[in-house]
Every structure is written in C-alpha cells, then in structure tokens.
Design a protein around this ligand. Structure first.
Ligand code: PGA
Length: 256
C-alpha cells in the first residue's frame, strides 16, 4: 500500500510572508493527527519557501515548490534550479501545472524539468489533464500523449519515484472553490486509463508504484467520494488548501 499524499498548491497566495507562516502553522497543527497515515505537503510561492521551511521544521508537513527550471546554473534570468530547492529543504516540486502550460510550457520542457528534479532527489508531481471532454472520448488520446511526452526520457526506476497529478483543466477552480468537479466515475475511468498507459510504457509492477493524485476543485464535500477511487492515492488541492480547516478535512478523509 502506498501512503496517501495530499498536496496544497498555494499558487500566487498569500501575498505576505507573515500570512504564509500563519497558514503553514495552521496546516501543521490541524493535520498533525493524520501525519502518520498521510503525507502532507504545502507548496508556497518561491520567496516564502525558506521561511515556511523554518516554520515547518518540527512538523511532519513537507515542503513543495510550484515549479523548477531544468538547468542547474548559468545565464537563465528569473529561473530557480532543482539544486537550489534541494538546498533549502524542498522535497516535492509541481511540474507542468496547467496554469504554466497555458503560458507556453511544453511537454518537452515538463520532461526536462521532471528529470532535473529527480536528479536532485526531489519528488516531481507531474500534472496532466485534458482541457475539455468530448462525447467521442478523444480526450483519452490527449491525456495519453501528454503523459508519454511529459515522461520522455524518464526511466522505469525514476518513474516509480514520481507522482502524477491528473487535473482536468475544466475542473480547476478560479480559486473560489466554485469550479466544476469531475465525477468519481470520470476520475475512476481516467485513473485506470493512466495506470494502463504507464503499464504499457513501463510495466505493471512499475505502474503500480506510481502515486496518482486527482486535482480540480477538491473540497471537504467531494473528497470522500473521490478519495476511495481505486488508483487514486490522494489530491492536489488549490483553493481549499488556503483554508486550513478545509485542507485538514481533505487530509483526514485520506486516513483509512
Ligand atoms: P483547485 O486547484 O483545487 O482550486 O481547483 C487545483 C490545482 O490547480 O492544482
């Protein structure tokens, strides 16, 4: 059994470092009881990582970043490397989030970032998901292509160490928790499809070791049904991760 994982993607929030510390402290306190059963990660904006790392020092909550660059150093203005993240205690990194893909990040770049993160022993959370669903089911082909291309060059030993987050873009909220939620049936079918694709590219044993998360308007109300889906080992949470009580309720739900 893989330990469930719940990741809070804070996106471009909160706006001040003191608020980030307060939020991290609240998450740590409210999820403490569930820590032995669930891996809990928060991913604050880059400038707050070090301070949040300090806040979380004596707590079980782990630290994630929201992006990483694939080069280690050099003339790359504005970028942050995997080595830098590792150096300040980051353990997980989200790559290929749809909000970054919307700004031009390609599958090829996502694969490069994934490999760079693995090299520094960071756990990549590779995001994939279709923009829309169609009656013919063409979105399965979209996801299959995105998955294969985002993992281009990732070995079997490496893939077993990473996390895949299935986030249908149409289900991601605007931060107000009011997005459309995928139904448990939608997610269950896609989770099985992703497992089969991984088994095809690698093998079933390896595919079974990959942690698969669901993301897109997860909240305390829909988490119970989504959390029991076979092949889904947790959540990537946006809007609700900024509300410690809601986030803790989602984490609690994975404690079975
Ligand atoms: P949401 O965001 O939970 O606010 O829909 C999820 C994500 O974008 O990772």
């Amino acid at each position: 059994m893989k330990k469930p994982l719940v990741v809070g993607n804070w996106k471009l929030n909160p706006v001040a470092i003191t608020d980030a510390q307060t939020l991290a402290r609240a998450v740590a306190t409210k999820t403490k009881r569930y820590a032995p059963a669930v891996d809990v990660v928060v991913a604050p904006p880059f400038p707050f990582l070090s301070e949040v790392a300090r806040t979380l020092k004596k707590h079980a909550v782990q630290l994630g970043a929201q992006d990483v660059f694939f080069e280690e150093s050099g003339p790359h203005t504005g970028e942050v490397s995997a080595g830098m993240l590792q150096d300040i205690g980051v353990q997980y990194v989200i790559v290929g989030h749809s909000e970054r893909r919307a700004r031009g990040e390609t599958d090829e770049v996502v694969a490069q970032k994934t490999i760079a993160a693995l090299r520094r022993r960071l756990t990549p959370i590779v995001c994939i998901g279709e923009h829309a669903r169609d009656a013919r089911g063409d979105f399965y082909t979209v996801v299959a292509k995105q998955l294969a291309a985002s993992l281009q060059g990732v070995s079997s030993a490496q893939v077993a160490k990473l996390v895949i987050a299935y986030e249908p873009v149409w289900a991601i909220s605007a931060g107000d928790g009011k997005g459309k939620t995928a139904t448990p049936e939608d997610v269950e079918e896609m989770a099985l499809f992703i497992f089969k694709e991984l088994a095809k590219h690698y093998n079933r044993t390896t595919a079974r070791r990959v942690r698969l998360l669901y993301g897109g308007s997860v909240n305390p109300q829909n988490a119970p049904a989504l959390g029991t889906i076979e092949n889904i080992g947790g959540f990537l949470v946006g809007g609700a991760s900024l509300r410690p009580d809601d986030f803790a309720a989602i984490v609690k739900n994975m404690c079975i």
